[in-house]
Design a protein around this ligand. Structure first.
Ligand code: 1HE
Length: 258
């Protein structure tokens, strides 16, 4: 991939792309170069790639926004800056393939906003979550007010910001900040195992889950149910689905749980 900053490291394993946040000396805090680098990656995912994993080098996933870049910004610049984050994280959420965030250490502020834009979050025992914007006298600007309540509910997000509450790994997984919790240091292994499963799905299934399901959730019931019927009909009509159904009926496919 071209024109990436040294604060991002991209490697490929078969049909999986691994993106490492590589600014450990600043706890993977996001300056503009880093967040725009993520946009560049999602603008040039090679065809043949079926899943992306985002993880962090060093002790922490990410300390969020680089606060040293914040102090001189006026209100208009602030709006554009927040909209830039929205644009980038929309590319993560609605990009060409499902994205797994492998979390450890601090997952705070903008780090949690990036994680919330991913489709699966794998945490380890060292993970902790916070939205310190409340304590810094600012507000979230990278999409947390839309995405985080969908994971944990508005009341919990309000509490995190009003009181500075920090959720540790086990509680974070219990309330929905991550879908998986593994031993410290085992997150990437788990992430790769999940990515391989995702990569083996029919493309239409992954598209339905990443592009259509979130729109159904945001729609009213009437429109949502109609969208579901349309998506179901398109998915079952795909040749790959017909093949997979035949494989099951003729005893060639795995049973549930195998
Ligand atoms: C930073 C940042 C940062 C670390 N911006 N430089 N985010 C926060 O409010 C979180 C602030 N960070 C922390 O609370 C801690 O750094 C951590 C708990 C994440 C990690 O602690 P630790 O002891 O491992 O590291 P450290 O010693 O605090 O930090 C190491 C260096 O990284 C140090 O710089 P140095 O030059 O003195 O070595 C820190 O200043 C620097 N550093 N975090 C800038 N965030 C789209 S809107 C999103 C809004 C937000 O994300 S607000 C939340 C901001």
């Amino acid at each position: 991939m071209q024109n990436l900053p040294s604060t991002l490291e991209v490697t490929r394993q078969d049909n999986i792309v691994l993106v490492a946040l590589n600014r450990p000396e600043k706890r993977n805090a996001f300056n503009d170069e880093l967040i725009l680098g993520i946009e560049k990656i999602f603008d040039q995912i090679p065809s043949g790639v079926r899943c992306v994993i985002i993880h962090g080098h060093g002790k922490h996933f990410s300390a969020g926004l680089d606060l040293s870049e914040l102090k001189e910004r006026d209100a208009v610049q602030g709006v554009y800056h927040s909209r830039m984050w929205h644009r980038v994280l929309d590319k993560v959420q609605f990009g060409p393939v499902p994205v797994i965030a492998v979390l450890h250490g601090a997952v705070v502020g903008g780090g949690l906003e990036l994680a919330a834009a991913c489709h699966i979050r794998v945490s380890d025992d060292s993970t902790f979550y916070a939205l310190p914007e409340g304590q810094r006298g600012i507000f979230v600007g990278g999409g947390a007010s839309v995405r985080v309540p969908k994971l944990i509910g508005m009341a919990r997000m309000t509490d995190m910001m009003l009181t500075g509450r920090v959720y540790q790994a086990a509680e974070g997984e219990r309330i929905g900040l991550a879908q998986y919790l593994v031993e410290t240091g085992k997150g990437l292994e788990k992430g790769i195992e999940l990515a391989q499963k995702i990569a083996s799905n029919a493309g239409m299934t992954n598209f339905a889950l990443t592009h259509v399901l979130p729109r159904i959730v945001d729609a009213g019931q009437t429109e949502g149910l109609l969208l579901e019927s349309l998506m179901a009909a398109i998915a079952q009509n795909a040749p790959e689905a017909k093949q997979r159904l035949a494989d099951f009926l003729e005893g060639r496919a795995k049973k549930v749980g195998e």
